[in-house]
Design a protein around this ligand. Structure first.
Ligand code: ADP
Length: 444
């Protein structure tokens, strides 16, 4: 029942009832990931490469020096604390910096160094002495565009004269202004508008075109078509680069439509597993019972930090209030918060300022909080048909037993939901044991 209100530039606002389930907003999650990112995400997989010309040699680099970058750019990279290229950068950077330039489609999960890689490519190809746009980067939202711009500014700190222009809604540029900045970062709608309607940006000298967050981009109505219109207007010798954190067929199809003759590189994501996690369930009558069971668990075992998932905002709020009244340090993370507020709540939780984080599905994916040892499903994740949402279950629980640690998961189940839990058990072929909350010896 959420109303989706489109903005002029194609982005959307979602207006929701307060007791709605939180919807997953890809762009907001992506921004949140960037705001709370502390370091590179490692992967144990190998980078897969599909070269457009399989007979040409494949280079990879282990150091930034091998790339023969401009001195000032190398200085910028080291000033950011980067010692060596990330896994994806080892393969991607030689292709991106090659002469003649090569096109690239790259997919790897958020946090693996894609942004740093294409910012490096843009900065290495820019001529600071020439005062016109030379690189164009499309992002799905204004906030994500700003985040990329910040990376350009940090990495380009020693590149004297290189400047960034934001083609985003609300950035008022007087008619007839000559855009002299070399790097333009913007959302597709505004970039189109500035180029074709307002004739502010001249594409003639664009040498690098980056389409970032392609998966988020195609999720937004109109952005795929607008991006294609922009791409068509670029010079044929312009280097085209596309990045995505996920690679469903729809993303791949879009990528192949917009990037001619690409090399493709992929880094598979670490798979979530339930192997390291002991799963339990407690049968409960109603919400109050569930809360009592939760308190018993709390009283019975030593808990580091816990995340508790509720299906609706209303339940999450109710539980937060109950726990606070009983003197627990808890915080509530739900969809009505701005991304900045969410980021600061997650940061506080990471710093151990609160022991319990209560949340809806907004936080089910992607956010690593390493020290979490316990996950509680206060409500089972169900889809619209009231069937188990297996993927969400995996994402909620799969976050505990990571980094070689053992995790614990508790499901608070109303009797009539038990068959759904059994379906989950069968689906993952893993055992979920019943727990008597009065007797915690079972666990320790
Ligand atoms: P992505 O675009 O894939 O989400 P980013 O480029 O934003 O990834 O990188 C994720 C984090 O890792 C950022 O904090 C970034 O500064 C850092 N980072 C990127 N490349 C390196 C590197 N080679 N060495 C160390 N840290 C890096």
């Amino acid at each position: 029942n959420s109303a989706i209100i489109p903005n002029i530039d194609g982005s959307v606002n979602r207006i929701e009832e307060d007791d709605e389930d939180d919807v997953v907003d890809l762009a907001a999650n992506s921004l949140l990931n960037k705001l709370i990112r502390q370091s590179l995400v490692e992967s144990s997989h190998r980078v897969e490469v599909l070269q457009k010309d399989p007979s040409s040699p494949l280079y990879s680099v282990k150091t930034f020096e091998e790339l023969r970058l401009k001195e000032e750019l190398l200085k910028g990279i080291y000033a950011m604390g980067f010692n060596r290229p990330s896994k994806i950068q080892e393969m991607a950077l030689p292709m991106m910096l090659a002469h003649p330039p090569q096109n690239l489609i790259a997919q790897s999960q958020s946090g693996t160094g894609k942004t740093a890689a294409f910012v490096l490519a843009m900065l290495s190809r820019v001529n600071a002495l020439k005062l016109f746009p030379q690189c164009l980067c499309l992002a799905p939202t204004y906030e994500l565009a700003l985040q990329t711009g910040r990376v350009v500014e940090r990495m380009g700190k020693f590149c004297v004269g290189v400047q960034v222009m934001y083609a985003i809604r609300g950035n008022q540029i007087p008619r007839g202004t000559d855009v002299t900045k070399q790097i333009v970062i913007g959302t597709p709608g505004t970039v189109l508008d500035w180029c074709f309607k307002r004739k502010l940006i001249d594409f003639t000298n664009i040498r690098v075109f980056v389409l970032d967050e392609a998966d988020v981009m195609i999720d937004t109505q109109g952005f795929a078509d607008q991006s294609i219109r922009i791409q068509r207007a670029l010079p044929s010798e312009c280097q085209m680069l596309l990045f995505s954190a996920t690679f469903e067929d729809s993303v791949l199809q879009f990528a192949e439509r917009i990037i001619p003759d690409p090399n493709v590189i992929k880094l598979r994501k670490e798979e979530l597993t339930l192997n390291n996690i002991r799963q339990y369930y407690v049968l409960c009558g109603n919400r109050k019972d569930k809360y009592q069971a939760l308190c018993n668990i709390y009283g019975g075992i030593t808990i580091g930090q816990a995340i508790i998932f509720c299906q609706t905002r209303r339940n999450a709020k109710w539980l937060t209030v109950e726990m606070m009244q009983d003197g627990h340090q808890v915080s509530l993370l739900s969809g009505e918060l701005t991304v900045d507020q969410r980021a600061s709540i997650i940061q506080r939780f990471r710093d151990g300022k609160e022991k319990v984080l209560i949340t809806t599905n907004v936080c089910a994916r992607g956010i690593d909080v390493k020290q979490v040892t316990i996950v509680v499903n206060f409500d089972l994740p169900l889809n619209q048909e009231e069937e188990p949402d297996y993927e969400t279950y995996l994402h909620r629980i799969g976050r505990t037993g990571r980094f070689g640690k053992k995790g614990l998961a508790f499901n608070m189940i109303e009797v009539d939901k038990l068959p759904l839990l059994m379906k989950i058990q069968d689906h993952f072929n893993s055992s979920i044991k019943q727990l008597d909350p009065e007797d915690m010896d079972e666990i320790e």
